[in-house]
Design a protein around this ligand. Structure first.
Ligand code: PLP
Length: 434
């Protein structure tokens, strides 16, 4: 029987009446029979999640890295309220509106180099799909119809749709489960040493007639295991792409908007990709929105007299006015509240809080970059028990595989961050004792 409504589900304690309807929902990445025990949430504020039984949790992951200003920021709320009065949504087919155009212009200004043309969609996966379609069509329209494949990296994650699963790490993308269904892309090791970079560049040169683009999460591979690489790796891959004349797609859906202490990871590394994908923190964690930002030179291949050269893609809710208003308000906060600096200075606090775990038996690695703190275990152990332990400690942290990580709101206050890190340290220590 489903554990949702069984007496073993600890979250049933004092659950509100509406929780019974949980029998109709299908949750993400969850075996519904054995591990579905979601916590009923009543409200959110700042870095706090309030459960319907009144308990408060300090949020350690900002709702999958979206809520970069904390929840319910008054400036975003005011912008949304105002936009709601005027127009929540209008189709972008043949119509435009101020929030979408203003956001497109601001993203063009903020992203590096000649990235300047913005295609909106409603989720990160779709923005990557759009980037991939643009790359294939770009190659065809400049006479390289055979360049249709992608090179991506082990440890990477680019979304859950069929096209993006094919460029993920085979394990993360569950290639085995979908064998024969996914496209066969080239998922290779990240070239970390000069020698590996030479080999990577040579392989790219050899196979370039089949390759449309290289796809990478710059500096941090997030959902695939919170793996870091140096700016030099990204720079080397950019040079390899230039040499082989293939496009570089930077998936900044996780790292974009300050997470690493730079507005964009590419910017910090001095690298300009040909296409950049953005989503997660774009609306400050309020509404779904994603953007595929394209370089002038790439867009030029679509600028023609021939209707068949147009990009044939159009999500129904693209450029949703409410979501664009939220994103514009979120960008205001980056300008006004020094958010990127807050992220940068969080690194030393994360390091100080998590460093003691380095010496604990069963901890493989502790690493911090910007506002990301990662504890990697030798063995995952009983993750459900660890999650429950964190909840008891009053924090919301969601370990996966052998990874316990924190990615709090960039403006989390010092006391909450301290409590969060103490809870993580204690939780991991206790977990490893069992
Ligand atoms: C989350 C994520 C995606 C997918 O975004 P969705 O909105 O979940 O579709 C793609 N790439 C990266 C790097 C991500 O972190």
């Amino acid at each position: 029987m489903t554990r949702f409504l069984s007496p073993e589900n600890p979250n049933l304690r004092d659950a509100p009446a509406w929780y019974d309807d949980v029998r109709h929902i299908w949750l993400p990445y969850t075996q519904m029979k054995t591990t579905a025990t979601p916590l009923p949430v009543a409200s959110t504020q700042g870095s706090r999640i309030t459960l319907s039984d009144g308990r408060e949790l300090i949020d350690g992951i900002a709702s999958w890295w979206t809520a970069c200003h904390g929840y319910n920021h008054p400036h975003i709320r005011a912008a949304l309220t105002e936009q709601l009065q005027a127009m929540p949504h209008v189709m972008l087919g043949g119509l435009v509106h101020e929030p979408a155009l203003r956001l497109a212009r601001r993203l063009a200004e903020l992203t590096p180099g000649s990235l300047e043309r913005v295609f909106f969609s409603e989720s990160g996966s779709v923005s990557v799909e759009v980037a991939m379609k643009i790359a294939i069509q770009y190659q065809r329209q400049r006479g390289h119809a055979g360049r249709t494949r992608f090179v991506s990296f082990l440890g990477g994650y680019h979304g859950d749709t069929l096209g993006t699963m094919a460029v993920a790490d085979p394990e993360e993308g569950m290639h085995a489960l979908f064998k024969g269904v996914l496209r066969e892309e080239k998922v290779v090791s990240l070239p970390r040493t000069p020698e590996q970079m030479r080999e990577f560049t040579n392989a790219l040169m050899r196979e370039r007639e089949s390759i449309a683009a290289v796809l990478i999460e710059p500096r941090v591979q997030g959902a695939g295991g919170m793996l870091f690489h140096d700016a030099e790796v990204l720079q080397g891959i950019r040079r390899a792409c230039d040499k082989a004349d293939v496009l570089l797609i930077a998936d900044e859906i996780f790292v974009g908007f300050g997470r690493l202490g730079e507005l964009f990871a590419c910017e910090g590394a001095g690298v300009t990709p040909d296409i950049m994908t953005l989503s997660k923190a774009l609306t400050g964690g309020t509404l779904p929105l994603a953007a595929t930002v394209v370089a002038r030179e790439v867009f030029a291949a679509f600028w023609s007299e021939r209707s068949e050269d147009a990009l044939m893609h159009g999500p129904t809710y693209m450029g949703n006015a409410l979501a664009c208003a939220a994103a514009n308000a979120s960008l205001d906060l980056f300008e006004r509240e020094g958010r990127v600096e807050q992220a940068r200075s969080m690194e030393s606090e994360l390091e100080a809080g998590l460093a003691p775990l380095r010496k604990v038996a069963g901890v493989r690695d502790v690493r911090c970059l910007g506002a990301i703190g990662v504890v990697q275990l030798e063995e995952a152990g009983d993750l459900e028990a660890l999650k429950a332990r964190f909840i008891q400690e009053g924090v919301w942290v969601r370990p996966f595989r052998d990874i316990v990580y924190v990615t709090p709101a960039l403006n989390i206050d010092e006391a909450d961050l301290h409590t969060l890190l103490v809870a993580v340290e204690r939780g991991v220590r206790e977990h490893l004792k069992h």
